[in-house]
Design a protein around this ligand. Structure first.
Ligand SMILES: C[S@@+](CC[C@H](N)C(=O)[O-])C[C@H]1O[C@@H](n2cnc3c(N)ncnc32)[C@H](O)[C@@H]1O
Length: 667
């Protein structure tokens, strides 16, 4: 049940694994008993004291985070989470949801079609734990108080989401219990929580996406929009990018009102141009591109040309970073026409030529890519090359990757720039022990990778569809992308399922790593490659975050490309890993033959293989004495005798491979 691996081992004691399972199961049982029952009112003073006390204790290092567990062999603790009860995010725009009150909440209920506006009392802190943040909130009349928690997705642009504001609107609130049995409003999907930066600017109250403007004439509306723009500029100067973005967004909502947009369209352009800059800094590339394009004046006077030069540059950078090189080329081309002497545009156009060559031909300067990597810059600037491959149905395995043309041994099959990578040395690789109620397994899960993917999708909705098309147990709404006026909707529970089935480890590129802080990533095209224990015809290597797949033997056009997800020669360890991590039982010829072995024979083989490995470690093949060679021959023979001649006809005897290789060299 508990995950284990050698050398790099994370596992829980039976007792701790049982404790985690029992906690999750007890919560679910209690939830189902209480489902639909009325909420018990809280005493507001003691609720706020509870949050204040918990926050103080954490600050003083005196409180235990109830989510944490200590795996065997690890100095540090990891969060333990119950997973596997997915539910969809709300896809209804805020204005179409019916308001409700805290007093109307029912236990363990998703309040579909409803919305709840709550505020955090001024004196109530946010308690920030490893895998969640929580606080107390009140309804507008301050009659009722309730606990609100953000699960996993607690930060955005480096800020704690709950701490970044004190007025929130919860879409289709989910009222349930914590693992400790405490009632709580719980947010799993970030798009279910609308943050209001509680601003009342000159009569303009921003509530979610509604702008209720009390100003009637253009001059008054312009004043409000300008104030927002100035506040955005001030926040940008202070490097408070989320606030700058929020202020420009408010300003745009006001400036786009007809009364002003007709009389002063340049104000909208100015704010859009500024927001494009902030969006680039926040890696919100879709909106950066849209804003930059919206800010173009197209006029001929020098000032307008200068402004449009800036806009084209911003649009070009956004398109380049999205990997849309042809579009980036046209933006930088336009920039160059306006300002022929601009060096930045020229430099980008040169880089784009290289990216287009990589994308079209698969010719990369690998040496240069490697040379440019460093601990501080572990990601490559390179394009993705996939045209040697196609994705098709692979019977019994879902979809798979196939050769679109014949490939020679050693030839590059494909190269792919990572969709998303978290590096151990960058400190954002949150690893958790998850107990999944669907298959009752405890896993070591790369939760930090899921968090990073969700941040990327929230920032760049154009990327949602291709990511959501990957395989995950829970389907949700599949690859359909829902956008509401409040922003993109992302089913985070589907993202975590996809990440667990499609993530790859990069190995330790910079410094010490183990399973608790392993670097992991998602490569969307490579993720279509299926596993084979013996028919793998491709090998992967990493250059920074670029994955390179090469042919290990000639591959005819139309053949499926297989990689090995697990190299273990031990049948039981391999099957357990393939089932736990990837959710399938392998039925290749090797696995079929090994499955039919008597378990005692497999044990014997494992012991002999271990003995052979220890021998290889101890004895160097060069100048080995006859007696040593004879010992190796005896070991190879003993391993061989564990294989049934009939069943293993044409199937590799993998346990003997290393000792036979030693003997070959010693000859
Ligand atoms: C990285 S994805 C590979 C692409 C996947 N087949 C698809 O349809 O998107 C990994 C998943 O593919 C399936 N898979 C990969 N290799 C397999 C194999 N040898 N036999 C059965 N299923 C396999 C499993 O469902 C696994 O979780």
């Amino acid at each position: 049940m508990a995950p284990q691996n050698d050398g790099n081992t994370i596992f829980l004691t039976e007792k701790e694994a049982d404790r985690i399972q029992n906690t999750v199961k007890a919560r679910l049982k209690k939830c189902s008993e209480l489902a639909g029952s009325a909420r018990e009112p809280r005493d507001s003073i003691s609720a706020i004291q509870q949050a204040t006390g918990a926050s103080l204790m954490l600050d003083m290092g005196g409180a235990a985070d109830p989510d944490l567990t200590q795996p065997v062999g690890k100095g540090q603790t990891l969060p333990a989470l119950g997973v596997g009860q997915p539910y969809p995010p709300c896809i209804i725009p805020l204005q179409d949801l019916q308001p409700m009150k805290l007093a109307d909440l029912q236990m363990d209920t998703h309040h579909c079609g409803r919305r709840l506006t709550v505020k955090r009392p001024r004196r109530c802190p946010v308690v920030i734990l490893a895998a969640r943040s929580w606080t107390m909130v009140q309804d507008e009349a301050e009659h009722e108080t309730e606990r609100l928690e953000m699960c996993l997705h607690k930060s955005r642009h480096g800020e704690d989401v709950l701490e970044s504001a004190s007025l929130y609107i919860i879409k289709e609130p989910y009222f349930t219990l914590t693992n400790q049995g405490e009632p709580t409003l719980r947010i799993d999907h970030p798009s279910d929580l609308i943050i209001c930066r509680d601003e009342v600017d000159n009569g303009s109250l921003i509530l979610g996406n509604e702008v209720i403007s009390q100003a009637e004439d253009a001059a008054a509306v312009e004043k409000i929009a300008r104030t927002c723009k100035d506040k955005g500029n001030a926040a940008l100067k202070q490097q408070d990018l989320p606030l700058a973005h929020a202020k420009y967004t408010e300003g745009l909502k006001v400036a786009r009102q007809e009364v002003l947009s007709n009389s002063n369209p340049d104000l909208t352009r100015d704010i859009s141009r500024n927001r494009a800059h902030v969006n680039l800094l926040l890696s919100q590339l879709d909106e950066a591109k849209t804003d930059a394009k919206a800010s173009l004046t197209g006029r001929d006077d020098q000032r307008s040309k200068d402004l449009d030069t800036k806009a084209y540059f911003r649009a070009g950078c956004a398109a380049y970073n999205l990997g849309e090189y042809e579009e980036a080329k046209s933006f930088f081309g336009e920039q160059q026409k306006l300002t022929p002497s601009d060096r930045d545009a020229r430099a980008y156009l040169r880089k784009i030529e290289m990216r287009l060559r990589e994308q079209e031909t698969g010719r990369y300067d690998f040496k240069k890519l490697r040379a440019n990597l460093s601990r501080a810059r572990p990601r490559v600037d390179a394009a993705t090359f996939t045209s040697n491959t196609t994705v098709k149905e692979s019977p019994g395995r879902g979809r798979g990757l196939f050769a679109a043309r014949g490939l020679a041994t050693g030839e590059v099959i494909m190269c792919e720039k990572a969709f998303c990578v978290v590096y151990g040395h960058e400190g954002n690789t949150l690893t958790a022990m998850t107990y999944d109620v669907r298959d009752e397994r405890i896993r070591v899960s790369p939760v930090g990778l899921g968090l990073a993917v969700i941040q990327k999708l929230l920032s760049n909705p154009s990327q949602i569809e291709k990511f959501m098309d990957l395989r995950g147990e829970y389907q949700g709404d599949g690859k359909n992308v829902s956008m509401t006026e409040d922003g993109p909707v992302i089913d985070t529970l589907r993202v975590h399922d996809i990440v667990s089935r499609n993530g790859f480890g990069l190995g330790s590129q910079y410094g010490e790593e183990d399973a608790s802080n392993a670097s992991t990533g998602i490569w969307i095209w490579t993720a279509y490659a299926n596993h084979s224990c013996i028919a793998a015809n491709a090998e992967k290597e990493f250059i920074g975050d670029l994955i390179v797949l090469r042919a290990t033997r000639p591959i005819p056009a139309g053949e499926e490309i297989f990689i090995s997800y697990d190299w273990s020669s031990d049948y039981d360890a391999r099957q357990s890993n393939l089932m736990t991590t990837w959710g399938f039982e392998c039925d290749c010829a090797l696995c079929v033959a090994e499955k039919a072995d008597d378990p005692a024979v497999r044990n014997k083989r494992r012991e002999l293989e271990g003995e052979a490995d220890a021998f290889i470690e101890r004895e160097h093949w060069a100048k080995a004495k006859r007696v040593v060679i004879a010992k190796a021959q005896r070991l190879a023979k003993a391993i061989d005798e564990t294989y049934d001649g009939e069943r293993y006809k044409g199937v590799p005897r993998v346990a003997s491979l290393r000792i036979l290789e030693w003997l070959e060299k010693a000859k």
